[in-house]
Design a protein around this ligand. Structure first.
Ligand code: GLY
Length: 405
């Protein structure tokens, strides 16, 4: 097996600025171990669950749900994009397992994740006579997962739900870890709660119908795990990430399983984001501000926003003296190589956002603690840390330099 050497610093998750140590050298395998399926446990005591990953799992979803959660009446929540493509397979699988079900089909897109559509959906589910012991199945991307999970958390004072994510982004991030919620005028995901699913079923086949732009946007979340604390994975992605985008099944399963393992490990350490879970927000404070500027109208996908946001996080880290310039260039080069945007000036909007606009939105972000912004900064690729002391003037100066409106 051909191998190449990179500097590997994977190990502990850092939560604060820490002195750098000389890392050991390690070998990056040319190909991952052949993995055709994976099962990743999320260890949360009585709220523990598994993430099942393989091609074709949709056909087994009914049996998997029945084996683990028993005979339940189900309510599938999905959207108008997914329903014509994949709903029939899921329904057939539930029927074969003897699980009766109702279906609620939502309009696609971020605009659905709002109070009025949410209230309407809750009333529809109650009209369907959903009971506390029934099961909600979130069958779609991040919007459907967050929306359906939040509905499950409050309907009948809390119901079980299963995540069957259909976008790469939802498969590697939003379906795992129990964050649920909706948006408000003030920003993204500001109303919601933690409510863990009982099972996550990831069928990689559904990615075949995902538009390339969506796939690329989800890929930004995959890269995030390498940047947080796994430089070996980042090196692997530099080499093989493009194959994942062009449909290499083995690369997809390896990348999704590696991402889910990383997320499961962090969530198990810090379920409610009191500490290390904040690392999963690398690039998100910048990214959310850009998404708010773009008004969630589809002109900037979440993954595109955080691709720009992660480059910004590295560059600001560099300007604050935490990180070397070559790390920022390497991160940017990788995102560019797969066609992701990396700069505020890459936004399709002309004029783009002003620095003060972005700062105002960031001040509403959930990552504000005691009036101070909490940022995820980096010493290097795979060496991210939580920083509660980014000076406001340094941030404002940096944004001024980025926003040529
Ligand atoms: N998407 C970040 C988290 O789940 O914490």
């Amino acid at each position: 097996m051909r191998a190449r050497t990179v500097t590997a610093k994977k190990a502990k998750i850092m939560t604060d600025t820490a002195p750098k140590t000389q890392p050991p050298q390690t070998q990056v395998p040319e190909r991952p171990d052949p993995e055709t399926q994976a099962s990743v446990p999320v260890e949360l005591g009585e709220r523990s669950y598994d993430i099942k990953i393989a091609s074709g799992l949709l056909h087994q979803a009914g049996e998997m749900i029945k084996d683990r959660l028993g005979q339940r009446k189900c309510a599938i929540i999905t959207d108008e994009n997914i329903a014509p493509l994949h709903l029939g397979k899921l329904q057939k699988s539930l029927e074969q397992a003897g699980l009766s079900h109702d279906v609620l089909i939502l309009p696609p897109g971020e605009a659905t994740k709002n109070f009025t559509p949410f209230a309407n959906a809750c009333e529809t589910l109650l009209q369907m006579q959903i009971e506390r012991g029934d099961l909600i199945i979130a069958f779609g991307g991040g919007v459907v997962g967050d929306f359906a999970g939040f509905a499950a958390s409050i309907l009948r004072r809390g119901m079980d739900f299963v995540q069957i994510p259909t976008t790469l982004l939802a498969q590697v991030d939003s379906s795992v870890g129990g964050k649920t919620g909706i948006n408000t005028k003030q920003g993204k995901n500001l109303v919601g709660c933690f409510h863990q699913p009982r099972l996550v079923i990831i069928d990689t086949d559904v990615l075949h119908t995902l538009p390339q732009r969506e796939l690329r946007a989800g890929y930004a979340e995959v890269v995030k795990y390498g940047l947080i604390d796994d430089p070996v994975f980042f090196a692997w992605l530099e080499e093989y990430g493009p194959r994942l985008l062009t449909g290499d099944e083995q690369a997809r399963i390896y990348a999704i399983a590696t991402s889910c393992r990383a997320k499961a490990r962090i969530v198990a350490l810090d379920e409610r984001e009191g500490g290390v879970r904040a690392l999963l927000n690398l690039g998100h404070t910048f990214g959310h501000a850009l998404e708010a500027f773009a008004q969630y109208d589809g002109s900037l996908l979440h993954g595109e926003g955080i691709s720009i946001g992660m480059v910004m996080a590295f560059e600001l880290s560099e300007q604050l003296g935490y990180c070397q310039k070559d790390a920022t260039s390497q991160v940017e080069a990788h995102f560019k190589s797969v066609g992701l945007p990396t700069r505020v000036t890459d936004l399709p909007h002309k004029p783009g956002p002003s620095a003060s606009q972005l700062l105002a939105t960031m001040a509403q972000d959930k990552k504000v603690v005691g009036g101070k912004l909490v940022f995820i900064m980096a010493h290097d690729i795979g060496e991210s840390f939580v920083d509660k002391s980014v000076p406001m003037d340094a941030l404002a100066n940096y944004l001024e330099g980025q926003c040529c409106t």
